[in-house]
Design a protein around this ligand. Structure first.
Ligand SMILES: [Zn+2]
Length: 428
């Protein structure tokens, strides 16, 4: 799993972008920059560290307080700003926004006036996406490639996703521990980064996510709005989180760095003992009843904590994650799978598969790794692997882990799921 690029490399990159993008010029697309940094940066072992992506929304003056706290620790964050909410009492202004990018933080957009995008017209949607981008770029001189949905997944719909796809590189929404709400919620590959709201009540969970990032190559994605107010962390809690990351040596990465990572999508996510750990890494979708659990290996069976996909009927169900790729590079997709249970599997079976999809969710040629069939008797782990090379036009893929249709339902366990350049060793 990759290491996020070094702060020094990012600093140099940001300077390059700024110099190359004078007012009125075609902005440099930041994705190309961070992608090249990510690919060229050294990669840790699969048991290596992850990172924390800390972000704040709206535009309260607490943003400036947090920016200074991050600066004091040599950490970086991302600020999703709503320009229409600025300049009032207890709000930031342009000078605070300038200070963010000058100190290496990322500035993203959070709409112009904070509407619920499911309740406005098409022309309003476009204005809400374009106006803040222009405004923020005029202050920072940098392209704005990241957007966070107001109201998180409750304010999100596929129509807006499409408009976002045309205007932003990365889109963020919220992770809520309501699995039903997550179902069927992916429509565009770049909208897959979820954020866990730091609301003051889940402090211990946030700390455990940071600790996990210290030992696993995962991105702990956290966001909040203010400090010492309801549904936000206290100053004490925030300080403890930042200090913990610093003590453990966990890097705080920006939104664009989080997205550019070649993130391992399996063992990392499945090592947590909490089922709730998966929403901040996975999207879930499917045609039938799908449930997901993680589990320690049964006694006598080798393996690590695995992810189980259960279906209650004959359906095609998937969890997926977006990953940025370098066109022309050969990638490996691999996983291990075994049957856990299934009614009448003597003649029926489950399939597990990993497929890379392009933006249109069309399978990328050669990318499908399809197991089995996994009969109910396949209780030991079998390895499945494929290589593919994205076309020149393909910069992001959606990697989906799928259970495909046992009659009467069934359960397949996955572990050692790996996605990365073929030059890197996979998980075996
Ligand atoms: Zn907001």
């Amino acid at each position: 799993m990759l290491r996020i690029s070094t702060a020094a490399a990012i600093g140099a990159g940001a300077a390059t972008v700024q110099a190359a993008a004078p007012a009125g010029a075609e902005p440099v697309r930041p994705t190309a920059l961070v992608r090249s940094l990510a690919v060229s940066s050294p990669r840790s072992s699969p048991s290596g560290r992850g990172a924390v992506m800390l972000s704040m929304d709206d535009g309260y003056l607490a943003m400036d307080t947090v920016r200074r706290m991050l600066d004091d620790r040599g950490q970086r964050g991302t600020f999703f700003i709503t320009p229409g909410l600025l300049n009032g009492p207890s709000k930031i202004d342009a000078s605070h926004i300038s200070a963010m990018t000058e100190n290496g933080h990322e500035v993203g957009a959070h709409s112009q006036t904070h509407p619920n995008f499911t309740k406005i017209t098409q022309s309003q949607r476009i204005a809400e996406l374009e106006t803040p981008k222009v405004y923020l770029q005029s202050i920072t001189g940098l392209p704005v490639g990241s957007f966070a949905y107001p109201y998180g997944i409750d304010g999100r719909n596929s129509t807006t996703d499409l408009e976002l796809y045309l205007r932003y590189e990365r889109v963020f929404d919220t992770a809520q521990y309501n699995q039903t709400a997550l179902q069927g919620r992916y429509s565009r590959a770049q909208t897959l980064i979820r954020r866990t709201c730091v609301d003051g009540s889940n402090h211990n969970q946030c700390l455990s996510m940071i600790r996990e990032a210290a030992v696993r190559p995962v991105i702990a994605s956290l966001f909040f709005h203010n400090i010492d107010t309801p549904i936000n962390p206290s100053m004490t809690q925030l300080t403890e989180m930042l200090d913990l990351a610093q003590t453990l040596g966990v890097e705080l990465c920006t939104a664009s760095e989080a997205f550019s990572s070649h993130r391992m999508i399996a063992n990392a996510g499945f090592e947590s003992s909490s089922v709730d750990a998966y929403p901040w890494r996975w999207f879930k979708s499917g045609t039938g009843g799908l449930s997901i659990t993680t589990e320690d290996p049964p006694p006598g069976l080798p393996g690590t904590r695995s992810l189980h996909l259960h279906t209650s009927d004959r359906s095609y169900s998937q969890v997926a994650q977006a990953i940025e790729v370098e066109p022309g590079t050969t990638y490996v997709l691999s996983f291990r799978a075994r049957a856990v249970s299934g009614p009448a599997w003597g003649t029926n079976c489950a399939y597990g598969s990993v497929t890379a999809l392009d933006y249109a969710q069309a399978p990328i040629s050669g990318s499908q790794v399809r197991s089995g069939p996994i009969m109910a008797t396949n209780t030991s782990w079998d390895k499945y692997r494929a290589e593919f090379t994205p076309s020149a036009a393909c910069t992001r893929v959606l990697v989906g882990l799928t259970i495909d249709g046992p009659w009467g339902g069934g359960r397949v366990a996955f572990d050692h799921v790996w996605f990365g350049p073929s030059s890197m060793a996979d998980l075996g």
